[in-house]
Structures are given as structure tokens and as C-alpha cells.
Write a protein that binds this ligand. Structure first.
Ligand SMILES: [Zn+2]
Ligand SMILES: [Zn+2]
Length: 241
């Protein structure tokens, strides 16, 4: 819009149509209602305020304080909109970073627990192996002694049965066998005593760990009020970012 134009020239440049009456050009301004009006607006709505013709007031408008106010207001809004876009972009970046960081932390946590669990299970199975091996060594000895004693008793029994057809030999061998068998009960008793000394192990796993229900949580942190304050400051036209 030219700054040093006469009324005629400005009149020629009238080209904006009324939003309510699209065929009519905007020609008037109502300072009271800050409204742009066409001839129809004035006539049909019986607009009773004191109006100004746009062709007159437009000439010195560019240097007026009214324009400076509007300009400052629009510039502030543009600045605010830019700050808001930056805030949205920053939040999007924060969400990305936080997702990556938190997932890594969970996976690290999982690895640490898995490693710890593996080590503890290894230690436990090691204990089972050691205890079982110790008992197996003792049992192997007991098994040998038990088999030997059993063979000894079976031998004596077979000898006697052999001699049942010869009464003299049977008589002699019966007493010889009785003599030879005197050590057997002690041997059996010792074996049984040692057998009873072998402990019984019982495995007890931590049930609480097995029914693990919660390993952590992912919750909103309490900063909603902060963001609410930020937005209301924004609406007042103050940048707080
Ligand atoms: Zn109109
Ligand atoms: Zn008015």
C-alpha cells in the first residue's frame, strides 16, 4: 500500500471483498468494533457506530501506532509459534533418546541378572556334583564289601548243600561253616552302619524367585503441572523455553 497516495489512488486499489457479502468491497472501518465493513454491512446491519472510510485512514496507517501494535503482536505470535515447533521437536527427540536409553538399560539389567543366575545355578549344580561324587565313592566301597560278604555267605550255604548226601562230611562242614560265618554279621552290621551315615540331600529352590512378578516399572514422572504452566505462559505471549 503506497504511503504517499492521494485518496483517488487508494480508492483504485480497493480490492478486498467482504467476507459476509463476497460481491462487495471492504470500504469502511469501525474503530469501536475493530470491524472491516462493506456498504451492505453498513446498510443491512444498521451499523450505528462512527465509521471511517478505509481510503482515508489507510494513507498514514503504515506509520501509525495502531499498525505498530498489530505488527508487534503478529511478530510475537510468529516467534511463539516457532518456539512451540522447537519444543515439539525437542520433545520428539527426547522421547527417541529416552526410548533407546531405557531399552538399553532393561537389556543390560536382563544380562546382569541372567549372568548372575547362570553363575548361581552353576555353583548349585557344582555342589550337587561334589556331594554325589563323595557319596558314590563311599557306595562303591560298600558295594564291593557287600558283594564280598554275600559271596562268602553264599559259598558257605552251597558247601553245606553239597555235603547233604554225606552225613559225616555234613557234620564236619556244618561246624566249620558255623565257625567261618562268625565274622559275617559284624561285616554286615558295619556295612549297614556306614550306609546309614551317608546323608540324604534335599534340593530347595527359592520359590519367590521362580514366581518373579515384577522386575521394574515404567511410569509417567510427575511434571504435568510444569507443562500446564508452560502452556498458559505461552498463551499470554511469554516465551518460557
Ligand atoms: Zn459486508
Ligand atoms: Zn461498530
Amino acid at each position: 500500500m503506497p504511503t504517499t497516495a492521494n485518496v483517488e489512488e487508494v480508492h483504485v486499489n480497493l480490492s478486498e471483498h467482504c467476507e459476509t457479502h463476497p460481491r462487495e468491497l471492504i470500504k469502511y472501518f469501525c474503530p469501536t468494533h475493530q470491524a472491516l465493513l462493506c456498504s451492505h454491512c453498513v446498510a443491512l446491519d444498521q451499523h450505528m457506530c462512527k465509521l471511517e472510510a478505509i481510503v482515508s485512514v489507510a494513507i498514514s496507517f503504515k506509520d501509525s501506532s495502531a499498525y505498530k501494535d498489530i505488527q508487534t503482536h503478529i511478530r510475537q505470535l510468529a516467534n511463539d509459534a516457532c518456539q512451540t515447533t522447537l519444543a515439539v521437536e525437542k520433545k520428539a527427540m527426547d522421547v527417541d533418546n529416552s526410548e533407546r536409553k531405557d531399552k538399553t538399560e532393561v537389556l543390560d539389567f536382563q544380562s546382569t541378572i541372567a549372568e548372575c543366575l547362570k553363575e548361581k545355578c552353576h555353583h548349585l549344580t557344582g555342589q550337587i556334583t561334589t556331594a554325589s561324587q563323595e557319596m558314590k565313592i563311599i557306595l562303591t566301597h560298600l558295594q564291593e564289601r557287600s558283594k564280598d560278604t554275600e559271596a562268602e555267605a553264599s559259598g558257605l550255604k552251597a558247601d553245606l548243600e553239597d555235603k547233604e548226601n554225606n552225613s559225616v562230611l555234613l557234620f564236619i562242614y556244618a561246624y566249620k561253616s558255623k565257625e567261618r560265618a562268625t565274622a559275617i554279621p559284624d561285616k554286615l552290621r558295619h556295612i549297614e552302619e556306614e550306609l546309614n551315615k551317608i546323608p540324604t540331600y534335599k534340593l530347595k529352590l527359592d520359590v519367590a524367585l521362580q514366581s518373579l512378578s515384577c522386575i521394574g516399572s515404567y511410569r509417567k514422572s510427575a511434571n504435568k503441572q510444569d507443562s500446564d504452566e508452560m502452556w498458559s505462559d505461552k498463551q499470554k505471549g511469554t516465551s518460557v523455553l
